[in-house]
Design a protein around this ligand. Sequence first.
Ligand code: 3PY
Ligand code: MG
Length: 255
Amino acid sequence: MRPNGLKQLAAAGTPAINAWLSSDSTYIAEVLGHCGFDAVTVDLQHGQFGMDALPSLLQAISATPAMPWVRSSGNNLAEINKLLDMGAYGIICPMIETAEQAQDLVDATRYAPLGRRSFGPARGLLYGGSDYLNNANDTILVLAMIETPTGLENADKILQVPGLDGIYIGPNDLALSLGISPALSWKETALAEHIPSLIKLCHQHNKYSGIFCSDVDMAADMQAAGASLVTPGNDVQLLRSEASQRIMQLKEARS
Ligand code: 3PY
Ligand code: MG
């Protein structure tokens, strides 16, 4: 089976850099995949598109060196089975709060005996290779999002669920649910304590830690804190930030 580059990076202790696709443009998906990101994650939770957009987005990412990942819209076995069958090599599942919910996620993503994933890998076979069935459980990365106080409280138990590779921290929902404005810098809030503790906990359990970052400075801090994977903003944030920067530069050059 095609190896999962993200697992190889983690084994070497090298942090991965992940792109986040909130639009349904196959062109943008392909461009991001050629930029040097290790993975491109299609956001089915907040992206403004439905499941029908997924096959072409995953095909576009598969035409690049980046690994095709998806954030599912929820912890739903039928949806997650389909995403894997379409060739997703990583699943990030939002709002996991308990070990039982993490077990449901494992059930949806792993073939028996680890889980209850149904057989029908379709495009997974084309992208992964003919030995997909025997190697999918060990190759595909599965991350549970920790983004609520209950998830935070249960993180230790969640990380002990067999078949789960690790967690992906959602700092915006975590801030919101802790009564903190997501507009504040994480460094000025209780997140400054919670986020590094979560990453440390993953190291203690030898598990994977990913995190969404609002900007490149936060992503650099998270790399330094030992995160396995950082997402330095989504596609639209990258576009806005570069466009604003160029406009500002041209306006300043006038004076
Ligand atoms: C969060 O920060 O809550 C996220 O879900 C990031 O996408
Ligand atoms: Mg969230």
